[in-house]
Design a binder for this molecule. Structure first.
Ligand SMILES: [Ca+2]
Ligand SMILES: [Ca+2]
Length: 235
């Protein structure tokens, strides 16, 4: 064995022991032995538009404790990148109040003026066509992070077809009272921040991603700044 090969083998071991591999993601790490080496996901975060979260908890919410400090690195399969950038978006609201649904996948996750689309009040969805089946490791969503707010009935589903009939799987659902009728959600509501909400894909394979929401603590409308889908081509 050449010296180069030995070095490569040692480096590969070091990758497995990268910080953040243990703990909260232990389950994923175990599952993905077959998927090969896990590496920290390379996420480009926007500038924070505000700091801290309000002390009061809005009535009728089912909030998780805000995290102290930055999100730990998320471990995903090597080669998982944002495949949603530039991909076509459709929506339950064809005539947004502000902006265009193209903003959902235009690659800009900043809270700057003009960076968000505003959909009508009540339950609305946006849907991304990844154009081919992908092995999904993480979905990151920024609804709106120019100020602190909590969106209601956030449900994230993946499917094999655009009508969400075939092989529909729910990756996240915080509709704790099933007021949106998509099933009882066990996930918590959360404050929007510049870090976005990271939803684990658990290496599920799908072509279509759909995200629901039903207004926020700020108003009844629904907003998206960006949705990123970290995935690699499905085998
Ligand atoms: Ca955007
Ligand atoms: Ca609800």
């Amino acid at each position: 064995m050449s010296a180069t090969l030995i070095v490569a083998a040692v480096l590969s071991l070091a990758d497995d022991g990268a910080p953040g591999a243990a703990g909260a993601q232990g389950e994923v790490a175990k599952e993905s032995k077959a998927a090969g080496d896990l590496v920290p996901l390379n996420i480009k975060l926007p500038k924070p538009a505000f700091r801290g979260t309000p002390k009061h908890v809005p009535p009728g919410t089912n909030l998780e404790e805000p995290r102290k400090g930055p999100r730990p690195p998320f471990m995903a399969a090597k080669g998982a990148v944002n495949v949603a950038a530039g991909k076509p978006v459709t929506s339950s609201d064809n005539e947004p109040i502000i902006g265009s649904i193209k903003l959902v996948t235009d690659g800009d996750n900043s809270a700057d003026e003009g960076s968000y689309v505003e959909l009508g009040p009540g339950l609305q969805w946006v849907q991304i066509d990844l154009k081919e089946k992908a092995e999904i490791w993480a979905i990151l969503v920024w609804h709106y992070h120019a100020n602190a707010r909590v969106y209601h009935d956030v449900v994230v589903q993946i499917a094999d077809d655009p009508d969400f009939i075939t092989n529909v799987r729910t990756l996240f659902n915080n509709d704790h009272d099933n007021s949106s009728g998509l099933g009882l959600g066990r996930d918590k509501e959360y404050w929007e921040t510049y870090e976005g909400k990271l939803i684990e894909g658990k290496a599920a394979v799908a072509r279509y991603v759909r995200l629901y929401s039903k207004g926020s603590t700020a108003d009844d409308q629904n907003h998206y700044i960006e949705v990123e889908v970290y995935a690699r081509p499905a085998k």
